[in-house]
Design a protein around this ligand. Structure first.
Ligand code: IMP
Ligand code: MG
Length: 187
């Protein structure tokens, strides 16, 4: 289906930029300092949830000055197009035991809260030294389960957004900014 999207539709689906590259950069610098302050020189493990958080991870890990390792897990959630189906599955797990690590989860967006709620439960059961959650975006108005990140860089209204790692049907992840997705596009 995606392979048949025209350039015109691709452009038309990008409704408007809501957070530009500069704003993202500035907030990520601050977030790096926040992490440094929390761990005071102690080593940490940054865990990114694929695929959406891969761009955020690449940028935030370069703003952190404490010794830092990187891990990835893939939590496949529920989005068919722009709507939640309610299932969260870990389809690719971390490659190490986290019991000796201060873990910081790096997530792209908290929407219903289901993904992080489940992932945090699973990782806590593995007894890390500590566990914190940093999210780039937060849509608090959409919460289905109670969940709050330790640090949220931007709070956004209930719009489906794309870019900077976030997709709609696997495209738009490479946009360098966050944009509102145009659901009503007609060619
Ligand atoms: P939650 O489990 O509903 O909190 O959703 C978390 C996951 O859903 C995120 O990691 C994203 O991959 C995806 N998601 C939620 N909202 C959006 C959006 O507006 N655009 C793209 N992906 C989204
Ligand atoms: Mg996603």
């Amino acid at each position: 289906m995606n392979s048949s999207i025209t350039q015109k539709e691709y452009q038309g689906r990008i409704k408007r930029i809501i957070i530009n590259e500069d704003e993202i950069k500035k907030k990520i610098k601050k977030a790096g300092k926040w992490i440094d302050g929390l761990y005071d020189g102690n080593p940490i493990l940054l865990v990114s949830i694929l695929k959406g958080a891969f761009v955020f991870m690449a940028d935030i890990c370069r703003e952190v000055s404490v010794p830092c390792e990187i891990g990835f897990l893939c939590a496949k959630s529920y989005y068919s197009g722009t709507e939640s189906t309610g299932d969260v599955k870990i389809t690719m797990d971390l490659d190490r035991d986290i019991s000796n690590y201060h873990v910081v989860i790096v997530e792209d967006i908290i929407d219903t809260g289901r993904t992080l709620n489940d992932v945090v439960k699973i990782l806590k059961s593995r007894n890390p030294l500590s566990l914190k959650v940093v999210t780039l975006l937060d849509k608090p108005s959409r919460r289905a389960v109670e969940f709050e990140a330790d640090l949220s860089l931007f709070t956004i209204p209930d719009h489906f957004v794309i870019g900077y790692g976030l997709d709609c049907n696997e495209i738009f992840r490479n946009l360098p900014y966050i944009a509102e997705y145009n659901q009503d596009y007609i060619e």
